[in-house]
Design a protein around this ligand. Structure first.
Ligand SMILES: Cc1cc2nc3c(=O)[nH]c(=O)nc-3n(C[C@H](O)[C@H](O)[C@H](O)COP(=O)(O)OP(=O)(O)OC[C@H]3O[C@@H](n4cnc5c(N)ncnc54)[C@H](O)[C@@H]3O)c2cc1C
Length: 391
């Protein structure tokens, strides 16, 4: 097939990472020729659109806290910054808080994380069981030692954020191509472009892997082995007979069970489990809900022992099996092959900082936020980062 003029950058995957990267590249240098290759512009299976849309400050690795602080900053001005002409995205950011319940076993880790968050200037509070009950009378917090509450945390419309980045990136000159990248092309130890399912080649000296749960597959075509597994996660939407008086924060129990209120009087509920299969699976089953999640929920919120399961869905976490954290930067053994991968269930909130950082690396600009701790070199050296608990 005839070759196109070379691109400066080809981005594989147009989810939150690909679109934020395209936006930042174009914002930094409007003369760049950037293509985002996305095989499914409806984003039916993209993790971005299947996520819970939660943004939190409560992490236990400093850089993850800073990434979320930057996300808060960006989201406050997002609708204005992403306006294209008269079109403004409406991201419906509800700052209803995140509450992590803490038991005896987790207290040390929680206190350390809280300390770190405070030194970073984060508004996170320690609540006793009585304070939890006072704020959320439906909860039975008596089995717990207390909880950490981030009042500025909350949830938003992930699809609207994605569309905001995409529309703005396009308005600045980035091209979106509907196709699948079948190969990342290389010559010796350098990237030369990508091959599309149509057989067409796009030439570029820089290729960014933003393929989410498919990241390892894409990297493999360039001879790069990434420890990123697609893992199925399920979310359930239920309508409780007793409606809470007001919104409930994203509430996370030590077991990993989480829930929050959703518009329309619904509760969204989920839990990552050991037996969650690795692979590209998207079916959800009510058995898990009935047998595991509901009984656990009703123990903590007795009023929810009567409710109707409305629906569910399944999406994929791109799990970094080395340390559960992002992998950001150029692969040390392949010039021009940049990674924004392995977000392990908390990537939506990292979109703004990651897109900016990866663009800075590509354009050789000093990073506004040093995220070198997430460098892929640790993958090569098999040296995991430690988050200490709250990933
Ligand atoms: C159930 C669930 C709940 C979550 N909740 C949260 C949350 O509350 N907060 C949070 O921060 N994060 C959450 N996450 C994680 C978050 O959704 C992801 O970390 C983030 O969306 C990853 O973005 P991405 O752009 O890397 O991947 P994606 O959004 O999956 O985008 C990757 C894109 O690449 C495309 N693609 C893949 N391979 C190719 C190819 N070869 N050629 C062309 N296109 C390709 C895909 O079609 C896809 O559109 C959740 C995830 C799930 C599944």
């Amino acid at each position: 097939m005839t070759k196109q003029d070379p691109y400066d950058v080809v981005v594989v995957g147009g989810g939150i990472m690909g679109s934020s990267t395209a936006y930042h590249l174009m914002k930094m240098d409007g003369r760049l020729k950037v293509a985002v290759v996305e095989r499914d512009p409806t984003y039916t299976r993209a993790s971005t659109t299947l996520s819970m849309g939660n943004i939190r400050i409560q992490f236990s690795l400093k850089e993850n806290v800073q990434i979320s602080q930057y996300a808060f900053e960006v989201l406050d001005r997002f609708e204005e910054e992403m306006a294209v002409g008269d079109e403004r995205p409406d991201i419906a950011f509800h700052r209803e808080g995140n509450l992590f319940l803490v038991d005896e076993a987790g207290r040390g880790v929680a206190e350390k994380a809280l300390e770190l968050q405070k030194t970073q200037g984060c508004p996170v509070e320690w609540w006793s069981p009585a304070e939890i009950q006072q704020h959320y009378p439906l909860y039975d917090s008596s089995p717990f030692q207390g909880g950490t509450f981030g009042p500025k945390d909350g949830h938003l419309d992930a699809y609207a954020v994605l569309m905001g980045y995409k529309a703005k990136a396009k308005s600045l000159g980035a091209g979106y191509i509907k196709s699948e990248v079948t190969h990342v092309l290389t010559n010796r130890n350098e990237v030369t472009g990508v091959r599309l399912a149509s057989g067409e080649d796009l030439t570029a000296k820089v290729v960014v892997n933003c393929a989410g749960a498919w990241a390892a597959e894409v990297a493999r075509t360039a001879g790069v082995s990434l420890p990123v597994d697609p893992v199925k996660r399920q979310v359930f939407a239920l309508s409780p007979a007793v409606k809470p008086q007001g919104p409930l924060p994203l509430t996370i129990l030590p077991s990993g069970l989480y829930f929050r209120t959703e518009t329309g009087g619904l509760i969204l509920l989920g839990k990552s489990m050991e037996e969650d299969p690795i692979g590209f699976y998207f079916t959800w089953d009510d058995k898990r809900f009935m047998e595991v999640l509901w009984p656990e929920l009703a123990e903590f919120v007795p009023a929810f022992d009567t409710m109707k399961l409305m629906r569910g869905w399944a999406g994929l976490y791109a799990v970094n099996t080395l340390d559960g954290n992002a992998i950001l930067g150029e692969w040390p053994e392949l010039k021009g092959f940049f990674l924004a991968n392995g977000f392990s269930g908390h990537g939506l909130q990292q979109g703004p900082a990651v897109g900016r950082y990866v663009s800075e690396l590509i354009l050789d600009q000093p990073p506004a936020l040093d995220l070198s701790t997430f460098s892929p070199i640790r993958i090569l050296h098999n040296k995991p980062l430690s988050e200490g608990g709250i990933v």
